[in-house]
Design a protein around this ligand. Sequence first.
Ligand SMILES: [Zn+2]
Length: 312
Amino acid sequence: MNVHTEGAAQRPRLEPTRCAICRIENEADEIYAASLPPDALTPATFSARRLPDRTHHRLVRCRRCGLVRSDPIVDQESMLALYRASTFAYEHELDGLKATYARALRRLSGLVPSREGLLDVGCGNGFVLELALDLGWRGVRGVEPSQDAIAHAPARVAPMIESGFLQRGMFAPASFDAVTLFQVLDHLADPGAVLCEIRRLLRPGGVILALNHNVDAWSARVLRERSPIFDIEHTYLYSPETMRRLFSQAGFDVISVKPVRNTYSIGYLVHLAPLPHGPKASFLPRLKQSKIGQIMLTLPLGNLCLLGRRSA
Ligand SMILES: [Zn+2]
């Protein structure tokens, strides 16, 4: 299926969601109503790190456990087609992302002396795979749906990347000592099922790392609906508590859930800032290319990192 070219018969379907922790559809309160222009369901809105445009489905919070989710979301088949056709347009932000993710990857690597078998789910152009190789990991693999991101993978890691969403059967059970999800957990339609599959792929004692947004962070509390985390690409949004519960349920002993600092250029911070879209789109390219725009800052902006171990 191609969302780009096919007509109304192939339009994405919106489907109701249930809490990934409590597994129930009801008993949730609306936080924000939908903000969805008619042309929202295109590969452009599913492209990583696009200019925030306040496009999102209705957002609700589970009354039982507090987990925040989009309700509805697009059907799985359409979601895969949208991500497959999405573009890779954050090459100029790779230095900051590498600095942020390398700090987390070093912590993970300290827990796994063998460094044999690391899978990065949603690996983009494979820059985390390169970091892992530099840290001495062997048997490094990635999975990524965006064809454009895979096309931008450096030759050193391109053969290590599988195309698509992580599927059962893609890798043999107990193949990895570590699995990482950098800004991926927020995007999954069924995070519980993906975590169960990851548990199967890990060897006994294997370690999982997930780095994503914190829905309880100061930035989300201050900006409220203007926070870029309330976005059509995000199916679920986690707090330290809901992350801990989800991973425990999926068979992981949670080692830690901590806020992390992000390294971003000033240009990218302005990219994320809740400024009027039109003026921002016009001056941002010049700012990003200027000396000031390229200054790097490391700040606690509202991301969380969970480390867990496959329980016995
Ligand atoms: Zn719940």
